[in-house]
Design a binder for this molecule. Structure first.
Ligand code: PLP
Length: 391
């Protein structure tokens, strides 16, 4: 008997419903144009908001680090894997974010898995936005705390749910800063108000906010000028920072405690010297100038204004994340395929990443896009939108 036969059935089901993910292979560096299946296409999929993923400064920082430190960390950070580079990154990142301290992790996903179970456990309650990232959901599961989901960005619902819960030891409110599938921004000032009333700890995952929101891309806390009001910030080095890795930002005692208790920190090796050096170079570049962040927002306004004029529904986005709402997952797939044939790489996103019936093409704007790139994209969106009778 074939014990894994059920996998075939599950995969067929995904295919039939248009939910099978088609993973494309990139054959070039990341940039506004990339090579996919030997075809040069305009890249509207990446989180490379500022173009750092193929930046010459970052690349040469990595090359130097390999010469000086080699390629592998050779141990988890608590045993022998912390280098002066890791400490330098953490110091520079803390200055950039305007916090006392940061601690770096292998990824944003790992940072969430590390911090949530350290802060809450049995007898505690987490209030989690229903659209929070999968890594937050998994971090909550690992924690054994009770998880109460509140309606997306709905502060009445958060207030109602938090006041309904009595005799709680620790309360923790967790939200994405910028929601990756919608592009909207968490109402952090209201969350701070509610948290103060109930002594709740606040944790914000700023993965899509850093490099994008706030002064020179300093993130959502800076955007709302809430420095000192948010106890825990989570970040990633894989999006606007263009490399790989994650971090927790907050107080010194928080990061010291995480060094003792955060399981991905204790039991999994850190990112390599090449990665860390590139991260340092990207934090330095962003600290020195806001020119790329400004360009990102100019590109966003150009693209979104024109797409709305044409008649596309872009949902509630307030950021460079641009969901072009389609509805049916199969039509969204078809749209994405037609875009690809026209030379544009923009993925369709369906269930379970977004709710059933809310399929969309998610366009990610980058500072590296030229006006001609964006016009080319808009013209093709319009043409295909008409072919598929969506306009
Ligand atoms: C992308 C993302 C992550 C994961 O970051 P990685 O560094 O890629 O693991 C975590 N949280 C949110 C909100 C994200 O958007």
């Amino acid at each position: 008997m074939d014990k894994l036969n059920f996998i075939n059935e599950e995969l067929s089901k995904l295919k039939e419903t248009g939910l099978l993910i088609n993973i494309r292979t990139i054959e070039s560096p990341q940039g506004s144009w990339i090579i996919v299946n030997e075809k040069k296409v305009l890249n509207l999929c990446s989180n490379n908001y500022l173009g750092f993923a193929n930046d010459p400064k970052l690349k040469s920082a990595s090359q130097k680090a390999i010469e000086n430190y080699g390629v592998g960390p050779a141990a988890v950070r608590t045993i022998a894997g912390t280098t002066t580079l890791h400490k330098e990154l953490e110091r520079k990142l803390a200055l950039f974010k305007g916090v006392e301290s940061t601690l770096s992790f292998q990824s944003g996903f790992c940072a969430n898995l590390a911090v949530i179970p350290v802060i809450v456990g049995e007898g505690d309650v987490v209030y989690s936005d229903e659209f929070n990232h999968a890594s937050i959901i998994d971090g909550c599961r690992l924690s054994k705390a009770k998880v109460v989901r509140y309606a997306h960005c709905n502060m009445e619902d958060l207030q109602a749910k938090i006041s309904a819960e009595k005799d709680v030891r620790h309360r923790l409110i967790i939200t994405d800063g910028v929601f990756s599938m919608e592009g909207d921004i968490a109402p952090l000032p209201e969350i701070v108000n509610i948290a103060e009333k109930y002594d709740a700890i606040i944790m914000v995952d700023d993965a899509h906010g850093e490099g994008v929101l706030g002064r020179g891309g300093r993130g959502i806390v800076d955007h709302f000028n809430l420095h000192g009001k948010v106890e825990i910030e989570v970040g990633t080095m894989s999006k606007a920072f263009g490399v790989v890795g994650g971090y927790i930002a907050g107080s010194k005692r928080l990061t010291e405690y995480l060094e003792q208790k955060g399981r991905p920190f204790l039991f999994s090796s850190a990112v390599t010297s090449a990665d860390v050096s590139a991260c340092i170079a990207s934090v330095e570049t962003l600290t020195a100038s806001d020119i790329l962040v400004k360009k990102l927002w100019e590109n966003t306004a150009l693209f979104q204004d024109k797409m709305r004029q044409i008649g596309f529904n872009l949902g509630k986005t307030k950021t460079p994340i641009t969901p072009v709402m389609i509805g049916d997952a199969k039509i969204a797939k078809d749209f994405s395929q037609k875009l690809f044939e026209a030379g544009i790489f923009a993925q369709a996103i369906g269930y379970p990443t977004v709710p059933m019936g809310k399929a969309r093409i998610r366009v990610m704007i980058s500072a590296t896009h030229s006006n001609e790139d964006l016009t080319f994209a808009i013209e093709n969106f319009e043409k295909i939108g008409r072919t598929l009778e969506l306009l």
